[in-house]
Design a binder for this molecule. Sequence first.
Ligand code: HEC
Ligand code: HEC
Ligand code: HEC
Ligand code: HEC
Length: 293
Amino acid sequence: MNNSHRGVSGRYWRLVVGLLCGLSSSMVLAGIAESVHNLGMTGTGPSANGGQRNQFSGTAEICVFCHTPHGGDARAAVPLWNRRLNNPSSYATYDDLGTSTFDAEVAPVGSVSIGCLSCHDGTMAIDSMINEPGSGADNPGFSAGTWTGSDILGPDDGKLAVGIVQNLGTDLTNDHPVGMQYAGGGISASTPILPQGDTTDPDFAPVLYKIRDGRYLWWVDKDWRTGGDGERSKTDVILYTRDAANGYPGQTQQEPFVECASCHDPHTTENPTFLRISNTETPSGLCLTCHVK
Ligand code: HEC
Ligand code: HEC
Ligand code: HEC
Ligand code: HEC
């Protein structure tokens, strides 16, 4: 091998290594560790409100604030859910407003939404979980930690402070409705809307579905206007089945409902405010994914 060849391959490898490093650091940056949902001691940067970051000194773990590998609460439609849930009857829902245009059935607050609200209604401490990190459900080392942060009520309390926009409270009448049928209902396992077919409601985008173990998995493709890719991915709008097995007593068939995580992916840093679809790249692109306006 001559010198010039080695020189080229040296530069080549520096380039490859450089590209890989750039790639891997941007992959790390894209994750929840760099988001305000990293509530453990390793979170960096300011809080979403610009003040001091909200974090708990008792652990460097991230997922534990929401998930546990064992013993989760299966009532929330969230895998391995590690938090206690509020009583669904403690919420006022959007339909209580009685706008004349609203025509969907509303289920009791549940599914993934009641999971989000276990922190975002401001009533429960964020470090109150089913299985604390470490051995046993109750780990003294964890409990000895304290909260710091400008949006947290107190060092031992860890609830979201009153008055910040992240605290939705238990009155959900001033929030985009959740727990309601998509497109005013009429879509179900027995009469699913055909892929890219008609909608029962011209005001809404068509729903797609796939069936896994008899369960319907629904979504709205973010690019449905141009055909879409036919895949259900986390950057599409995700719709959630509500039926008797999913906190909607009396509901006999699976139907797609809108929940908090239809619009938000709690792990993403792709878009601000954990949005699945940017609301600025295409102006109001998230809203227009569902609403035909
Ligand atoms: C373990 C508690 C917890 C859970 C569960 C939780 N969040 Fe959060 N979330 C927080 C905290 C704390 C903040 C505020 C962080 C800050 O201001 O720095 C926050 C911030 C947010 C923000 C605002 C981010 C911003 O940049 O303004 C959104 C949006 C959000 N959460 C959505 C959700 C959704 C949707 C769910 C359920 C899918 C959820 N969260 C579940 C604790 C939680
Ligand atoms: C603030 C709360 C919160 C934190 C922290 C959190 N998750 Fe989640 N996670 C959720 C919620 C809510 C869902 C359900 C969202 C949905 O339906 O897509 C979910 C779903 C998931 C899923 C299944 C759906 C998917 O998007 O792949 C996986 C896997 C997952 N989480 C892994 C993790 C891991 C690993 C961590 C830590 C690195 C973590 N989560 C941290 C709230 C959280
Ligand atoms: C997941 C799909 C989806 C997305 C995304 C979405 N919406 Fe909705 N929205 C609905 C559904 C379904 C209803 C219930 C409509 C009904 O049944 O009357 C609704 C209701 C509403 C209503 C109340 C209508 C009434 O009659 O009271 C308003 C206003 C609204 N959405 C605005 C928005 C805006 C603004 C955005 C973007 C920030 C948005 N929506 C994003 C699905 C969505
Ligand atoms: C129909 C879509 C949609 C649904 C459903 C939805 N959100 Fe949001 N949410 C948004 C959008 C869009 C924003 C960004 C608003 C902005 O830019 O100020 C947002 C912002 C937020 C914020 C940050 C507020 C701020 O302005 O900093 C929180 C916290 C939040 N949502 C939590 C929730 C929770 C919890 C639920 C379920 C109870 C929920 N969202 C349901 C679309 C939705």
